[in-house]
Unconditional design. Sequence first.
Length: 160
Amino acid sequence: MASPQRRRLLSGQPSRESLERIIRERPYVAQLIQTQILYDMADFLETMTEDMSQLRAEFKDSRPQGHVGYVPVEVTEQETILRPQNQPTMPWRRMTIINDGEDLVWIYTTPRRVGEFQLEKTPIPPGQDYEVDLRFPLIDEVILKCDSGETATVRIIPVV
C-alpha cells in the first residue's frame, strides 16, 4: 500500500509546502530522500574517481620517457624489419627517419594493437626525412626496403 502512495506523493515536481507537509507527516520520507541523495553522490564520486584514474593512465601514456637516440640501419632490396626483439627501446611513440643514402627508401609500419594505425608504404627520397608521431607508444614494427638493386643508409631517431 505504501508504494502507490509514495509514487503519487513524489510524482512530478512537488511544491515546497507539499514536501514540508509530507516530511512532517512521515519523517522517514526525509531520511529516505537524504539517503537516496547520499547514494547518488557516492555513485557520482565513484564514477568521477574511475574517470580520473583513466585520465591519469592516458596522461601517463602520452608523456614521452625522454629516451632519445638514433638507430643506424642499412637498407637493401630485402625488407629490413625492426621489432622489439632487435630494438629493445620499442614500442616507440614517435620516430624520425632520415635517408642518408643515395637511393629511395620505402617505409611502413604496423601497430602493437591491430587496427588502430598502419602507415601506408611511404617513399623517403635521398637526403629527406620523414616523421611519424602517434603520441602513444604504438610503433612496434618498422619495415624498410629499397627498390631492386638499390641500397641506402637511414638514421632512425625514436622517442620512447
